[in-house]
Ligand binder design. Structure first.
Ligand code: GLN
Length: 479
């Protein structure tokens, strides 16, 4: 069994043909993961006991002849901003070094109900703030494709883990590109579903109106199966949608003939030339599959970065206020007064990026600046969403780059936060509009670095997005 290339279907076949048991698979997956992980630091901890208990349940179902869930026996990594009962959830922060959640996130419960085997928690940028996974208090993650490069962020550990083989699929979170960008950098599939499609209950909040949980996988079908297992209404999340969940994997019929594809002209400026060439080749593949390609315009794109960094910092400054040493966090004990305790806990605990965001967010929400920044940004957000709505009256899907450039070197952008922020230019718009979007591998540069192609569709049209991505993948993508 080649653990690093297994797919969900292969696991299902192996289990039902009794080639291996779920317990054997879990043991082998953990052995492989523990021995390989030091190369990348993708995983922060392994949840051996919980994994073996989940695997045993699957084996019991097999012996009893019971039907198996969609994720039966599948080794899964969970980003460390997603709560796991009894298992440390640090959010990549020193502040939560000892935090053990008393409950599971809904997505985690659903994974296990479908027979999934959670093997551990994946490294990430502190509170999911970053684009390179270098903001983790537990050390950066290295890209398994090129170890001197970043895996992208903030779900860098989740992406690297699937690429390296320390999990078969994983969960990440995306607020401004944190699933699609690392998927693109590591050469795997990454999906940001419609806002509200997957419950955020148990996802530690960064910017609540933008936060999404979504899958990473080695192929489109696995991502579709994983999303199907975790999607759907949840009484614990008032923003979760009640729309029925289609059987995404069953709807992958390869038929994209006549599908109308839009290329937003604003998304092809300032691209690294190799990235642009690969996306152009990707578009040619879609044309050969019978898609009709035309240009569309998303005129407010230029304002997206400013809009995002106002809204996300505003929400973050409020969401992170709870980490004051009273609950959850490691407390600074040597403080003479309560105020000092708050101050010292936060001062010592938060990393530089979180502090920067808290300060920016507090500023844009403060009296006198609220209207000029926060309120204005909300209006711009509505315009960005309107641009997409308008484009989707003309086309069924939009194709765009994920990132202007492939994986960069560790340390390369660390001292220039503006440069780091600009790398999210093509991904934050999808989050601001709340529409489904994904990254599908679209070839590699001459240096062997993966490049992802982004597909965006209308609200709740994950099926159309997956159908297009899978047809592209089956056609061989870009080689
Ligand atoms: N890179 C973006 C940021 O730093 C996106 C983060 C995310 O999607 N969680 O905010």
């Amino acid at each position: 069994m080649d653990i690093a290339s297994l797919t969900i279907d292969q696991i299902k076949t192996g289990l039902t043909a009794r080639k291996f048991s779920a317990s054997e698979l879990a043991i082998e997956a953990l052995r492989f993961a523990e021995s390989e992980n030091p190369k990348t630091n993708a995983m922060l901890l392994f949840s051996r006991e919980r994994a073996l208990a989940a695997a045993k349940k699957v084996d019991d179902q097999i012996s009893a002849g019971e039907p198996l869930g969609a994720l039966a026996g599948v080794p899964i990594a969970v980003k460390d901003v997603i709560s796991t009962k009894g298992i440390r959830t640090t959010c990549g922060s020193k502040l939560l070094e000892k935090y053990v959640p008393p409950y599971d996130a809904t997505a985690v419960i659903r994974l296990e109900q479908a027979g999934g085997v959670i093997v551990g928690k994946a490294n990430c940028d502190e509170f999911a703030m970053g684009s390179s996974n270098e903001n983790s208090a537990y050390g950066p993650v290295r890209n398994p494709v090129a170890l001197d490069r970043v895996p992208g962020g903030s779900s860098g550990g989740s992406a690297a883990s699937v690429a390296q083989g320390t999990s078969v699929v994983s969960l990440g979170s995306d607020t401004g590109g944190s699933i699609r960008q690392p998927a693109s950098f590591c050469g795997v599939v990454g999906v940001t579903p419609t806002y509200g499609r997957v419950s955020r209950y148990g996802l530690v909040a960064f910017a609540s109106s933008l936060d999404h949980i979504g899958p990473f996988a080695r192929n489109v079908r696995d991502a579709a199966i994983l999303l199907g297992a975790i999607a759907g209404h949840d009484v614990h999340d008032a923003t979760s949608a009640s729309a029925p969940v289609p059987d995404y994997a069953r709807l992958l019929d390869g038929n994209v003939k006549g599908m109308k594809i839009g290329l937003p002209k604003e998304y092809f400026k300032g691209l690294a030339s190799e990235t642009g060439d690969l996306i152009a080749k990707g578009v040619d593949v879609l044309k050969k599959l019978g898609c009709e390609v035309r240009e569309v315009t998303l005129p407010t794109t230029d304002y997206a970065i400013a809009c995002y960094y106002i809204i996300c910092t505003a929400e973050a400054s409020s969401n992170l206020a709870r980490y004051d040493g009273v609950r959850y966090t490691t407390r600074s004990e040597s403080s003479p007064t309560l105020i000092d305790m708050y101050r010292n806990t936060r001062g010592e605990g938060f990393g530089a990026e979180c502090k920067r965001r808290i300060m920016l967010g507090t500023y844009v929400l403060s009296a006198g600046y609220y209207d000029a920044y926060y309120l204005k940004a909300q209006k711009v957000r509505a315009l960005i969403a309107r641009d997409f709505a308008q484009a989707f009256t003309e086309v069924d899907a939009i194709i765009a780059p994920v990132s202007p450039f492939p994986a960069f070197r560790l340390g390369e952008k660390l001292n220039d936060p503006m440069e780091m922020y600009l790398s999210d230019i093509y991904t934050i718009t999808g989050d601001l509009a709340g529409i489904p979007c994904m990254s599908v591998p679209c070839g590699t540069t001459a240096a062997g670095l993966p490049v992802g192609m982004q597909i965006l569709t209308k609200h709740f049209d994950e099926s159309g997005m997956f159908r297009l991505a899978e047809a592209f993948e089956k056609a061989g993508g870009v080689s």
